[in-house]
Design a protein around this ligand. Structure first.
Ligand SMILES: O=P(O)(O)O[C@H]1[C@H](O)[C@@H](O)[C@H](O)[C@@H](O)[C@@H]1O
Ligand SMILES: [Mg+2]
Length: 363
């Protein structure tokens, strides 16, 4: 398999035992070795953000992510690979063994999960963020930026700090460093990292890692969707009265929004859905849909970083992702309906009342 050369201080290779091996062999993946990173915190425009410098032997070693290969150009690292030739595999998933003191991205999240956290709020009292969200986002972006200096990024905590969320035709990584931050704060073990990639405003691939259950979901346009190497397939259910439906509450708690949220749930229960579940992570709920463990998902108030990776995974598992109007998905519209079948998606869309959260690209 091809082996990408990385800068001396941040070599990354993927293990053969990586859960992606089945898919990975066709992508030319190789085993991981340590990446070293040093973090320093500085205040910029009132925000606390990580500045990263890759330094071998620095106190914080991060073996975090990314074997990225150009399948059409094996063995060549390109500053800007041809869009269709990119395939991702992100995350060194395992906690390091005793001989390896370097924490993985996953280890950082898992360690922080069990510790006290400094929690801040963003758009509402229920919209939470921690230092770990910032740290993980900084690590992911710096790693990818080093490999692909011309690529663009849309990332949750950067957006919260004022960065614009505009999806241009340029290759763009769309990152949610921790999805399920409220769960993370409460130590509720449903937390994920989500990274999507778009070129020409089209979603090319997505990777979602379930941090506590060590499940790696991947989807690549035209190449299928997998969980730990097992192919994913959505359910074929078309009847709401036989459906398990998932949703998320969204960040707002004002009475008008809550009334609409509860009324939408009530409408689906009146339609005799078997259940409507809220698990606290949009990306993992969407992965459950992709794996056939649920039949539909809808939400108002989610963001492009909740949707980007999951959309590829669901589509590649045979599912439908659309706008709540029944039209095509608009990644920036802060709303979605997804289902295993078009019939189910349309039934859900027809049952819903709109909750207007605005657009990601107008904030
Ligand atoms: O945890 P974050 O990344 O803030 O994502 C949340 C998402 O943006 C919301 O729409 C969902 O309702 C939450 O469950 C997600 O966790
Ligand atoms: Mg998040």
């Amino acid at each position: 398999p091809s082996r990408l050369t990385t800068p001396a201080s941040c070599g990354l290779r993927l293990r053969k035992s990586n859960p992606l091996a089945a898919e990975g062999s066709s992508l030319g993946l190789t085993a991981p070795r340590a990446t070293c990173a040093r973090t320093a915190w500085t205040r910029q425009e009132g925000q606390r953000r990580p500045q990263l410098a890759h330094t071998r032997g620095s106190p914080l070693h991060i073996r975090c992510l990314a074997g990225v290969v150009a399948t059409g150009a094996r063995g060549h690292r390109r500053a800007r690979p041809p869009p269709r030739d990119l395939a991702p595999v992100l995350f060194r998933a395992s906690v390091p063994g005793p001989q390896s003191p370097a924490p993985t991205l996953l280890a950082i999240i898992r360690k922080a999960l069990s510790e006290e956290k400094r929690v801040s709020t963003k758009t509402s009292a229920a919209d939470l963020v921690t230092e770990t969200d910032h740290l993980v986002e900084g690590l992911i972006i710096s790693e990818l930026q080093e490999r692909f200096p011309s690529h663009r990024f849309i990332a949750e905590e950067s957006a919260a700090a004022g960065a614009k969320c505009v999806l241009t035709p340029s290759p763009t990584w769309i990152v949610d460093p921790i999805d399920g931050t409220c769960n993370f704060v409460h130590r509720f073990p449903t937390v994920a990292v989500s990274i999507g990639f778009a070129v020409d405003q089209e979603l090319e691939f997505g990777v979602i890692y379930h941090c506590t259950e060590e499940r790696l979901y991947t989807g690549r346009r035209g190449r299928g969707a997998f969980c730990n190497g097992q192919r994913l397939q959505v359910s074929g259910e078309t009847d709401i009265s036989k459906a398990l439906v998932l949703t998320e509450i969204g960040p707002r708690r004002d009475p008008a929004t809550l009334k609409l949220f509860l009324s939408n749930m009530e409408r689906l229960l009146h339609a005799k859905a078997h259940g409507v579940r809220v698990i606290g992570s949009s990306t993992l709920a969407l992965c459950h849909l992709a794996s056939g463990a649920a039949d539909a998902y809808y939400q108002f108030g989610l963001h492009c970083w909740d949707l980007a990776a999951a959309t590829v995974i669901i589509r590649e598992a045979g599912g439908i992702v659309m706008d709540t109007s029944g039209g095509p998905l608009d990644l920036m519209s802060c709303r979605v309906v997804a289902a295993g079948t078009r019939e189910m998606a349309m039934l859900i869309a027809q049952a819903l009342q709109t909750i207007n959260y605005g657009r990601d690209d107008e904030k």
